[in-house]
Design a binder for this molecule. Structure first.
Ligand SMILES: [Zn+2]
Length: 424
């Protein structure tokens, strides 16, 4: 897991597998964990917490397969799914399923950063961390707790406390939660980092993007904390507790890059593979951004719902810089900017975004309606009348048709320009 992981110095080089083990070779603990995570994943599917977008799903599975093949593992031996959740998280489940949360997909900038994340998660599975983890403490944690914790975390953005499902009377329960969400031991996280680093290198990604990935998470975390004005004791136990961990993870990848460069220099090889000349991952940035639209929209809607308005605007604007013909993104951006309580200087930007949405999707009633109100508010009666008419045309049976018609009459009166709205 990427959330809260604390990272130390590298340990011994682990033994790598040529193939992921068959069930017969697995320990009882592994089999139990597999069963629990199968149940958990099924519960997530049933609760419609898995994002359904075939193109995105295929694209992500292809990136996973690329890394698996680069490490000599069978493609499809690990499967990837997208979880509808605005927090920056990802996990490798014992059953060979990777959960990538929309919040982290929406904030990753390119395929090199995605490969950093996937390589690390695949590393946990390939290095068999479930089987090797210290069992004494973990065994005491019941399967039920594991599942409840995991589901609670995903329910958090729905407004329910992540702790709502946890019996806090049991001492140390928060510790259990923190441990589950923070992933494996420090030594295993280091192993997974090294595995992931080598995987992204073999798959041909510029390794500098591994450091850029952690810097990106740090920047987003700081921006979110500033927006919610929560200081160091934030409400979100996953993101806000993670800052020192992210800094350490970044340092760990810097060290891996340093080692790789020294090895390359010692062998007097050309270091092209290390990304020293390639700079940023720009062509793969465009390809990445073209595929993640559904994830960005999901994360932005959820961010708005939990009061992270600026966070939502930031990811939508980044998407639109690449995918300027997304009517959904323009509509959502316009609607967030025009929302009640937002600063009035944002109204022109809201209008601009909604006008883009209306151009791209002329029949969208909600866009026309919202534009009508914004024009009315800014004393543009002719445009208000025309937007309201387009709204009623797209939705003749609208429940507010009577009042909208009154607004049209009002906007088309000869003195409408003076008497209407509150001025610009
Ligand atoms: Zn991890």
């Amino acid at each position: 897991m990427i959330g809260l992981v604390f990272l130390g110095c590298g340990g011994r080089r682990p033994v790598e597998l040529d193939a992921l083990p068959a069930d017969a070779e697995r320990t009882g603990h592994e089999l139990e964990a597999i069963e629990a995570t199968d149940e958990y994943h099924a519960a997530m599917v049933e609760a419609e917490r898995i994002l359904e977008d075939d193109a995105l799903h295929e694209y992500l599975q292809a990136r996973v397969d690329e890394i698996l093949v680069a490490r000599g593992l069978a493609p499809d031996s690990i499967r990837v799914f997208v979880v509808k959740n605005p927090y920056m998280n990802a996990s490798m489940l014992a059953n060979g399923v990777i959960h990538l949360h929309t919040g982290i997909l929406a904030r990753i900038e390119n395929e090199g950063q995605l490969a950093t994340l996937l390589g690390h998660e695949i590393g946990h599975q390939a290095l068999r961390h479930i089987a090797r983890e210290e069992l004494s403490r973990q065994r005491e944690e019941s399967r039920v707790t594991w599942t409840r914790v995991a589901i609670a975390v995903v329910l958090a953005p729905t407004g329910l406390s992540p702790f709502a499902f946890i019996d806090l009377e049991s001492k140390g329960m928060e510790g259990v939660l923190a441990r589950q969400m923070s992933g494996y031991s420090r030594a295993f996280e280091t192993e997974a980092d090294r595995y992931g680093f080598e995987a992204m290198q073999s798959a041909g990604y510029p390794v500098d993007e591994s450091v850029a990935f952690f810097q990106r998470l740090i920047d987003v975390e700081e921006a979110t904390r500033a927006e919610l004005n929560v200081g160091d004791a934030g409400e979100d136990p996953y993101i806000y507790a993670s800052h020192p961990a992210l800094t350490e993870r970044k340092a760990s990848y810097e060290k891996l890059i340093g080692e790789a460069r020294s090895a390359c220099a010692a062998a007097a090889e050309h270091c092209r593979d290390l990304g020293t000349e390639g700079g940023s991952d720009s062509s793969r940035e465009a390809r990445y951004m073209a595929r993640i639209e559904a994830a960005v929209l999901d994360a932005a809607r959820a961010d708005r719902a939990i009061g992270r308005r600026q966070a939502a605007i930031t990811i939508l604007e980044r998407l639109l810089a690449f995918e300027s013909d997304s009517a959904d993104a323009w509509e959502l951006l316009g609607s967030i900017r025009s929302a009640r309580g937002s600063r009035s200087e944002e109204i022109p930007e809201a209008i601009e975004a909604l006008e883009r949405a209306a151009d791209l999707a002329p029949d969208r009633a909600a866009v026309r309606r919202e534009l009508g109100f914004l024009y009315r508010k800014t004393n543009r009666p002719a445009e208000a009348a025309s937007s309201f008419r387009a709204y009623l045309e797209a939705e003749p049976e609208a429940r507010d048709a009577t009042i909208i018609r009154r607004f049209i009459d009002e906007a088309t009166r000869p003195d409408a320009e003076k008497s209407n709205g509150e001025g610009r």
